[in-house]
Design a protein around this ligand. Structure first.
Ligand code: GDP
Length: 195
């Protein structure tokens, strides 16, 4: 995929109307710190356009990045903050759900999990929630460079088992450091947006 232009076009908070876009949308979900901003930056060929969780103002919003005037990458709020109240968590949950239900252009959801660990209860809930909204998420197992090559298949198997993935689910190991996995993800996005 050739990235010609990238623009953060819309930022939606808990009270915002979900935009009625006219181009395909590809969404990214995952717990905070899983490497979602790093992945989105790698897929945009930008160093730091997608803000990381450590930067304020990011976490409660859905960010729409216009890519090449052809499609949107949709950065969903990271979940799983221990320090956040139940009320705030519920608001983010509603925002994500509102988006999954109401977007007319959402073509595909990528769910990110850390390749080093078995998915958490939150990850399992998110996976089931995406399914319940009619999407079959593609799993991206992040931080691939942090484990030995010999561990990869074993850890992928654990992720599949813990999430109890639907048969045929694609799992792509990815590293933001080496960019391994990026071409595979771009190929999938290309296929989806050209259908
Ligand atoms: P987010 O909260 O999901 O957006 O996560 P970030 O992209 O901000 O990443 C969280 C931390 O993990 C940062 O310190 C990143 O540098 C680091 N990180 C993200 N992806 C990778 C990766 O593929 N490899 C390594 N080694 N570190 C990563």
């Amino acid at each position: 995929m050739i990235i010609k232009s990238v623009e953060l076009e819309k930022v939606c908070g808990v009270t915002s109307v979900i935009p009625d876009n006219d181009k395909p949308e590809i969404a990214f979900a995952g717990k905070s710190n899983v490497g979602k901003s790093s992945l989105i930056n790698a897929l945009m060929n930008r160093k730091s356009l997608a803000r990381t969780s450590s930067q304020p103002g990011k976490t409660q919003t859905i960010n729409f990045y216009n890519i090449n005037d052809e499609l949107y990458y949709v950065d969903l709020p990271g979940y799983g903050y221990a320090s956040v109240s139940k009320e705030v968590k519920a608001k983010w949950g509603k925002l994500i759900e509102r988006y999954l239900r109401n977007s007319k252009q959402l073509q595909c959801v990528f769910l990110l999990v850390d390749i080093r660990h078995a998915p958490s209860t939150n990850d399992v809930e998110m996976y089931e929630w995406i399914l319940a909204n009619g999407f079959y998420p593609i799993i991206i197992a992040t931080k691939l460079d942090k484990i030995k090559r010999s561990q990869v298949q074993k850890n992928v198997k654990i992720i599949k088992e813990k999430l109890n993935v639907e048969p045929g689910t694609i799992i792509i190991p990815f590293s933001a450091q080496t960019k391994q996995g990026r071409d595979e993800i771009w190929d999938i996005i290309d296929q989806i947006t050209k259908e």
